[in-house]
Design a protein around this ligand. Sequence first.
Ligand code: 5GP
Ligand code: MN
Length: 340
Amino acid sequence: MLSQVVELVERKNRFAITSHARPDGDSLGSSLGLYWLLLALGKDTDIIMRDAVPAAYQKLPGAQHIRIASALDEKYDAVFVIECSDITRPDLARLDEQFIINIDHHSTTALFGSINWIDSTASAVGEMIYNLCKAMGVRVSREIADCVYTALLTDTGSFHFSNTTERTFKVASELVRIGIKPARIAEAVFNSHPWSKLELLGKVLATARHDATGRIAWIRQTLEMKERAGASDEDSSNFVNYPMSVGEVEAVAFFKESAPGEFRVSLRSKGDTNVARVAEVFGGGGHRNAAGCTLRGDWDELEEALIPLLQEAVADANGEDFTRPTADDLVQLTPQEIGA
Ligand code: 5GP
Ligand code: MN
């Protein structure tokens, strides 16, 4: 919890910060916010990630100090693991030999740290880093403010998602008072994409399908589409949100081929529809309205296994009875057969 984090930071000196592979706005914003916080306290701090910083976040203060590595080759007093559901997500060798402080806002997170500070009411881990500044008496500098705002902006889907609270706006308002420029950050994050992204988006949206009710939609991206467009992984990171813009759609799945026979699945939902529970069936996790998992197997069969679970989740949220399709209706695979 927070008091344990404060106490440890006060006592120790040599820290590392890491977050999940394929970092996003919250993982980077909160990791870098924490980095500036620790520097302000005169602590010796490394920030180490498995994957390079996506273009959208390269303007974040301190992004150039992030070291890209596949292992930790030094013993730290403590390593902060930011926004990770389990200890494998940073994909760093020898991480498990360290004293770990786990900081996250996902309710499904494993308590893998020696200290675990989990606040599922925080809209983003960035909001928790802001609270940590307050708890430690560290002034929220312009650098910290830029990083925390980026985390809030991206993890709330530009303040669209249900994790957006009064507290989110309070923190954001304080950050604006400190001097951050919301328009400039939004420009850097959302309006600085390459043409390859638009080209890939066209191909992926052309695959959009929906079930008979129109409430479940899904899209696909093949490795070939990505290669033809010359697109990067990050180019498709928000594609799952496009079908959500249709009025009657309540849940969306985005199946992204990540290697031959392997699919990263992003799930999104509106209202009470719980897609975290669907992701958990396949070994993934996340939040009620945004979750993900990795599946292996044949594309059509994976869709046939997952879509009925989404239909069930939407039916549940609407208080309807739902009968799962029988084996005659579709090819049934057990989660064990296809889960990550
Ligand atoms: P995205 O669709 O943007 O990759 O992920 C949406 C949400 O689900 C994020 O909050 C992320 O942490 C969570 N998530 C995505 N993939 C996984 C996964 O494989 N395992 C777990 N536990 N959570 C995931
Ligand atoms: Mn987050």
